[in-house]
Design a protein around this ligand. Sequence first.
Ligand code: NDP
Ligand code: 2IT
Length: 451
Amino acid sequence: MAISDHVDLPTFMEGVKRRNPHQDEFVQAVQEVAEDIFEFIADKEEYHEQQILRRIAEPDRIVSFRVCWEDDSGNIRVQRGWRVQNNNAIGPYKGGIRFHPSVNESVLKFLAFEQTFKNALTGLPMGGGKGGSNFNPKGKSVREIMRFCQSFMTELYRHIGADVDVPAGDIGVGGREIGYMFGQYKRITNQFTGVLTGKGLEYGGSMIRPEATGYGAVYFLLNMLQHKEQDLHGKVAVISGSGNVATHAAEKIVQLGGKPVTLSDSGGFIYDPDGLTQDKIDWVKAHKTHRRGRISEYVEEFKGATFHEGQTPWNVPCDVALPCATQNELLGPDAKALVANGCIAVSEGANMPSNLDAVHAFKDAKIMFAPGKAANAGGVAVSGLEMSQNSERRAWKEEELQAMLRDIMDGIHARCLTYGEMGGGYTDYVRGANIAGFKKVADAMLAFGVV
Ligand code: NDP
Ligand code: 2IT
């Protein structure tokens, strides 16, 4: 037996903390996965001997670079950019780009680590990566955003490629930013390839990519409910965020007969007791993306709704909850409040929105709880389908893609059941997702030997 074999979970986590000082988000993401994996591999010598979890929790590569740009007043601004290439055992690195002032190496390492398991769960051949910058798009003019995207890509282009690493959007990066980055990539390399996903339909984008994450999170929620012979009809849904994922989750809830009553942003949440409708959701989409407004303005437009400044929506009574804003937005007491108020199912549209205390509270209460790596995988799954369409140089029909997304979410649910059925009618979806995602990547790594 090798020297470092069979350390226990606390010793393993001590090592992770020591090697990644001040990287709380990354340590948290590793801890959540390690809790399940240690139990799973307890009697599986090869995974220990080959140090598989230790290797997955050490990114293949991190590229860090300076991004200079000029603002509209002629000031020179300096930002940091990164690409974390976590693991490419089962396919090219794949994962979004985030522009937000809170972005740092820890945040991107946690996201790239999570993405590795998420992408494996989709069943498509994609490895895990994530990138971004501490650039704050709020208050910037469209020209400033364009110049920033061009400068960011002027370094990033040499580290990515259709068969190497394929970025997409995330917080602060949508279709417009992908357009600017794709334009700059094409200009520098003179190549038209599927190097980014989330592109516009005119230049190689896929139908339903904008909708896919939010829709997928609701399909996963529906799968969990149906597994218990229930559906979404008449269910009151509490949703956080008001960006791409939140608005499309709300839209699918409405289509399936449910009633979303909240949305939020970093300023607070709105509560609409009459429920959001498609018209109201369309107003939010236009308000947040084109007018770049705040969710607080919803209450001026729709009477009967109230705005709760500086608060999150988790104390609003509901049947189902979808955190769709950002990491660690739902804490232990929030999870307990949800459960106490009758919430029976939670589907994470965001990445790691529930902190460890909240995850443990959901598990203890044995409610249906879908972690982000399973529930929000619909977005990257349709990104994977966009890669296939680009390779084939054709575009599939909307109905075909809708059916494929549905099928992929069903497949992820089934994979979670394989390792998550705990008896007595309880499914631990966190355990199911962690083990199913880990096993696929780990078995590929075993095949490659020590690399
Ligand atoms: P958007 O930029 O479209 O929207 C982000 C939303 O979250 C905004 O309402 C924003 O409010 C809010 N938000 C962001 N940061 C904070 C914060 N620190 N505190 C409170 N609210 C905050 O991003 P997306 O909808 O694309 O992403 C949301 C989540 O979903 C993220 O966790 C992302 O990683 C995840 N995700 C996204 C996928 C995609 O395809 N886009 C795929 C899978 C997961 P404000 O305007 O005030 O900043
Ligand atoms: O977190 C995520 O899965 C995303 N932001 C989407 C990644 C992608 O490559 O579509």
